[in-house]
Design a protein. Sequence first.
Lengths: 114, 113
Amino acid sequence: DQQVKQNSPSLSVQEGRISILNCDYTNSMFDYFLWYKKYPAEGPTFLISISSIKDKNEDGRFTVFLNKSAKHLSLHIVPSQPGDSAVYFCAASLDSSNTGKLIFGQGTTLQVKP
Amino acid sequence: DAGVTQSPTHLIKTRGQQVTLRCSPISGHKSVSWYQQVLGQGPQFIFQYYEKEERGRGNFPDRFSARQFPNYSSELNVNALLLGDSALYLCASSISGGVTEAFFGQGTRLTVV
């Protein structure tokens, strides 16, 4: 039972354009969502998060949007840079204040072409 | 400041053997979580330890066990290894157990042959 899904295994965009990575979830009890980036041979690196009480959170080039009614969130990267090429994971938590348990999606490989 | 460190980085074991993986959290972090990532999938939660007590356990068999020491470092043990245990094992640490501050180590690549 995949509670967090990233249906696009890969995405390719041109440098300077917008990258949009999507994530769907099934459990309405999730109250916190995060995006992690992973380079080969490294552990995941935290990018940005959003609470279920918000619908948008912005940090520099990265913006996360949450649509609770559709159980959907997306990560926008503007402008995309070649160094953004990595695997991006969406993750969800049932209790952001108490547990370190994250439920991850399968990941989307982003390639940004120069 | 040292990040989360895991050892060893790579490991090859034979089916049926036992393995111990180690994790040192960031200084000041009291919570350690373990994840298994198989190729092509996202990390899957195995355990969380906070202040040396198990706080959560994922859907893994009893062959998987873990503990946390007084200095907050942690070990993950896997007994009776199966080929399907081959994966990247990730450790994450955080200050209070809150997911907003989870930092991951580089992982231990376990290959079971």
